[in-house]
Design a protein around this ligand. Structure first.
Ligand SMILES: [Zn+2]
Ligand SMILES: [Zn+2]
Length: 372
């Protein structure tokens, strides 16, 4: 048995030997390595060795993200995500700290934690302007370095967040997606009484829905093609649910809003048609927030006349700058129910099944967690 080479690859792609703050215990562990679209291999790895400013985490749960799905199918190029295969995917995880480097002061062995997986270089222009999630050489645990579909994962201590006592490990694995949705809600500028439509009720859409509710949205309109998702949206706070298979969406939105259109429409699908629809549903002075990731090369067509007359704002939203702490608070408060979104839990050995469940049973699949 030998350590997997990618565990020794430095951030600059060269090989280096980690500083060792504790002797490697030499345990042989399991991890799901991603090689190419559609392929995982469960392999043995040695326990990751931590540097003085890092912690080692025993992973409890790791969620499958929409971006993981896109990477898995090849719709989002691995190179854009900074993936050099083989790598252990998984960036939405929780776990227990089992080792801390000698320079780590605020995290202790036994702490229940989650990790903000993305970090910038701190030196490029976007980083220095404060756009920390737009770094030109962004690193992501779970893409550019080994992530959470494994028994153990290491992380720099400044990326680690302790979970409040009333937040479970299952919930902890959903903090990263909540932090991304939180950023979207910030960009949407939702106030008490703002009329909001959420287009697409996957796990992110259902989180957006709850955050919009928390921000005071009314009426809050949830839109999806799958009746089970609309049912769940109702339970989680939607005032009105609409299925475009059953109603004329444009007409229905007009009826609800006295002909004006919604003030905010958030797109959480990532398709040409829904991008166009989100922009179309926005009323005078409204905002379309596009959050779903379309496959590379997707173009959309826009009715410039209508956009100009309505003087709408279109914003894109990605990643989670400075929102991790707040995301934890929303779950701690009990106002964002992420437990209701967990539809499946699979073991590491069943990871392929986990990825395939989105295609196999879309009506039942919301959030899939892997429990290594
Ligand atoms: Zn994610
Ligand atoms: Zn940077």
């Amino acid at each position: 048995m030998h350590a997997h080479p990618s565990l020794e690859e430095g951030s600059n792609g060269k090989l280096y030997i980690d500083d060792v703050s504790k002797p490697n215990l030499g345990l042989i562990l399991h991890a799901a390595f991603w090689y190419k679209p559609g392929e995982f291999k469960i392999e043995d790895v040695e326990k990751p060795q931590i540097k003085p400013n890092e912690v080692l985490i025993r992973i409890k749960y790791c969620g499958i993200c929409g971006t993981d799905l896109h990477a898995f199918t090849g719709e989002i190029p691995a190179s854009w995500l900074g993936i050099i295969p083989p790598v252990i995917l998984g960036h939405e995880f929780s776990g227990e700290v089992v080792e801390v480097g000698k320079d780590v002061t605020e995290i202790e062995v036994g702490d229940k934690v989650t990790v903000d997986p993305m970090y910038g270089c701190g030196r490029c222009v976007p980083c220095r302007r404060g756009d920390i999630k737009q770094c030109l050489v962004m690193k992501t645990i779970g893409y550019s370095e080994n992530g959470g579909f494994a028994e153990y994962c290491k992380a720099r201590c400044d990326l680690v967040y302790k979970l409040p006592t009333n937040v479970s490990f299952e919930e902890g694995a959903l903090i990263e997606p909540v932090s991304c949705a939180y950023h979207t809600i910030e960009r949407a500028e939702i106030h008490p009484g703002t009329c909001v439509a959420i287009l697409g009720l996957g796990s992110i859409g259902l989180i957006l829905l709850q955050l919009a509710k928390m921000a005071g949205a009314y009426p809050l309109i949830a839109i999806d093609l799958i009746p089970q998702k609309l049912e769940l949206a109702k339970k989680l706070g939607a005032d009105i649910v609409l299925n475009p298979k059953e109603v004329d969406l444009t007409e229905e939105i007009k009826n609800i809003t006295n002909g004006y259109g919604v003030e905010v429409c958030i797109e959480a699908v990532g398709k040409k048609g829904t991008y166009e629809q989100a922009i179309d549903l926005v009323g005078i002075g409204g905002r379309a927030i596009l959050m779903g990731f379309c496959p590379q090369g997707t173009t959309i067509s826009l009715d410039t006349w209508s956009m100009m007359l309505k003087e709408i704002t279109i914003k894109l939203s990605r990643e989670n700058p400075f929102t991790f702490e707040k995301a934890i608070t929303t779950i701690e408060s009990g106002k964002v129910n992420v437990k209701a979104l967990i539809s499946h839990v699979f073991s590491l050995e069943e990871i392929l099944e986990g990825f395939e469940s989105f295609k196999k049973e879309p009506e039942k699949t919301v959030k899939v967690l892997i429990k290594p």
